[in-house]
Design a protein around this ligand. Structure first.
Ligand SMILES: [Zn+2]
Length: 267
């Protein structure tokens, strides 16, 4: 599933489109439209005013009060292509631009969706703070962990606590912090909470610097794969050796999610 670094990479790769004129929005499969406050035809002749990210959501503005909010779900792609290239199967929505280009929303599994809305903030209103933003302080994290019995991995996956972290980066962050994913959040001491905060920043920034993680589905806004899959320390590496200490990586299901950790580095 595309997580914060993947969605951020898409948004950055699409920045050259800001200012481009919108020819129209083709809705091929209505089932992915989660909300429609205005008819798609109203976008015709508008320009792309902004392309930004909040959590795992992409937010595109038309320079006025209309917004297209995109979530890629498990397997979605949102990428620029030449209009002359055939649209692949599972292309559900297309933002047609000038000069023969189009932004395609492609999603075989359809866990994602698109909101045509005047109020993008309402779509993302339940999200917690951005992990790379100023609100994610040690005090905030300590307050969220305080007295909580829930596994720390489950806590940081909760989009209402922190926006944008998914299964891959949660495992990598906890390895970076030296904390087992099944530790009750309330058992973390202040030093561990600070390690967690630092590992969150470092891991997500490294993921962005390497343009995200591609196993199979993920592509950036130019339909190119990322490179962070080659730098993973624990995720998807059960039985292989921990790059830090040489111990074999363990895999356990925690909170219903497949979890990978080093039994020696992470306590
Ligand atoms: Zn280790």
């Amino acid at each position: 599933m595309p997580e914060l670094p993947e969605v951020e990479t898409i948004v950055r790769s699409l920045q050259p489109l800001v200012g481009q004129k919108i020819e129209g929005l083709d809705v091929i499969n209505n089932v992915v439209i989660k909300q429609q406050d205005y008819p798609p035809g109203e976008l015709r002749g508008r320009v792309i005013g902004q392309i930004s990210r909040r959590g795992k959501f992409i937010i595109i503005g038309d320079g006025g009060n209309r917004f297209i909010v995109v979530h890629l779900g498990m397997s979605g792609r949102f990428y620029l292509d030449d209009a002359a290239n055939p649209r692949p199967r599972h292309t559900h929505v297309v933002l047609v631009l000038q000069e023969g280009q189009e932004l395609r929303y492609f999603d075989p599994r359809r866990f994602g969706g698109i909101w045509l809305t005047y109020e993008p903030n309402k779509v993302v209103r339940r999200l917690g703070p951005e992990p790379l933003g100023p609100e994610l302080t040690r005090d905030y994290l300590a307050a969220q962990c305080h007295n909580r019995k829930v596994a720390v991995k489950t806590l940081i996956l909760n989009q209402g606590v922190i926006a944008g972290i998914g299964n891959i980066y949660a495992d990598e962050i906890l390895h970076g912090a030296g904390i087992r994913p099944d530790r009750p959040a309330g058992s973390l001491c202040p030093e561990e909470i600070e390690s967690l905060r630092q590992a969150m920043t470092e891991t997500l920034e490294l993921g962005i610097a390497n343009r995200g993680t591609t196993f199979r589905d993920y592509r950036d806004g130019l339909n190119l794969p990322g490179g962070f899959q080659n730098m993973l320390q624990v995720y998807g590496r059960s039985g292989q050796l921990c790059p830090a200490c040489g111990e074999p990586i363990c895999r356990e299901v925690i909170g219903g999610r497949s979890s990978h950790f080093c039994p020696k580095c992470q306590i």
